[in-house]
Design a protein around this ligand. Structure first.
Ligand SMILES: [Zn+2]
Length: 136
């Protein structure tokens, strides 16, 4: 993946938040993907992966439309396939595998169906609330 350098302006409060993130660029990229999916883009890949209604979770960049918790680990996909497990197994394994990702539940399309309150407060207000909730 080629890298394009962008500079942004933060205020004191958001600069402090940025300092707490292990990889700020990764955070911004993830937010942009999620924002694009929740506002304009649908999954453009074939949503027929292994007989499911989702796209391949191992393709990069991860599709947060089909995989709101990010990609599950490869070994979880193998186990899911061999043991014919439920999709919730992959979602749970993806969540624990990607726990470094900020929890943006309520931001993406799939989560909006179950958590209306987060949608009403807006994208950035919701992120700020999530960060406040994580603070000690
Ligand atoms: Zn997809």
């Amino acid at each position: 993946m080629s890298r394009i350098i962008k500079s942004i302006a933060l205020d004191e409060q958001t600069a402090k938040i940025a300092d707490t993130l292990p990889n700020f660029s990764h955070f911004v990229r993830e937010c942009l993907y999620r924002h694009a999916i929740s506002n304009t883009l649908e999954c453009s890949r074939e949503k027929t992966w292994r007989g499911t209604d989702r796209c391949n979770p191992l393709m990069q960049p991860v599709c947060f439309n089909c995989w709101p918790n990010g990609s599950p680990p490869v070994e979880a996909v193998k186990q899911w396939s061999q043991d014919k497990l439920a999709m919730s197994f992959l979602d749970d394994r993806a969540k624990s595998h990607n726990e470094y990702l900020i929890d943006l539940t309520g931001i993406n399309r799939k989560a909006q169906k179950t958590r209306k309150s987060a949608v009403k407060v807006g994208f950035f207000a919701s992120i700020r609330q999530k960060i406040r909730d994580r603070s000690p």
